[in-house]
Design a protein around this ligand. Sequence first.
Ligand code: FPP
Length: 253
Amino acid sequence: MSFDPGPSDESEESRTLSLLDRNRIPVHVGCVMDGNGRWAQKRGLPRTDGHAAGEAALMDTVEGCLDAGVRWLTVYAFSTENWRRPADEVRFLMHFNESLLTRRRDELDKKDVRICFSGRRDWRVPRRVMRRMDESAEQTKRNDRLTLTIAFNYGGRAEIVDAVRALVQNGVKPQDVSEKAISKHLYHPEAPDPDLVIRTSGEYRISNFLLWEIAYSELVFTDVLWPDFRREDLYKAIYEFQGRNRRYGKLGS
Ligand code: FPP
């Protein structure tokens, strides 16, 4: 579906937003924020500068969700596989999460954004980082305009394993293991399944992101590197989403 907002006096951003069908805004958008390292390398900077530049992209995407009326945004900030990166980069990402929350949580709170986390709470995540995550979640828990879930130390397979472990621990009988029972034991059971998942940086993979939840999500891939991603790119992805025919395994109408 080609995207051409045409000439106008309005800013490009608000023109793009005005092209969206307000009755078919995705309720839940997921983002695989990829390309930070390449963004930095292209500029001769250390990879970690790319992660730091990703903060502006994240904040603008949050604004875009608020303006468009998206109610849930889940972003992949650190995967269970990211521990295999060089120790310096891992350390940076841990502390960057903590500092981002310290710097941004009041601002997000004022915007009525609830901050949540999804992932394994294991010993590898420093206690201080965990504390900041808990405080941010606690401070914003009553907000309900947008739920921003930061998938941190998250893996889709690990989430399914943890759900099955919880079922076993609760003594659930084999005949009672169902899709509904597994869904109820995911990290964030009240979250609706994502309608739209966006992956940046020209990679066409899911990389262990929300494996259970994306069974019927629409996937949009863009070449934009995450640090360059802005609300305009979110609106373009939503526009593409609105051109899709979601059939959920049924025949089209
Ligand atoms: C993938 O890019 C990105 C990450 C592993 C980290 C994402 C983190 C941010 C965008 C910063 C916001 C952080 C928090 C905690 C909310 P990559 O490093 O794989 O890029 P590459 O594929 O170009 O190497």
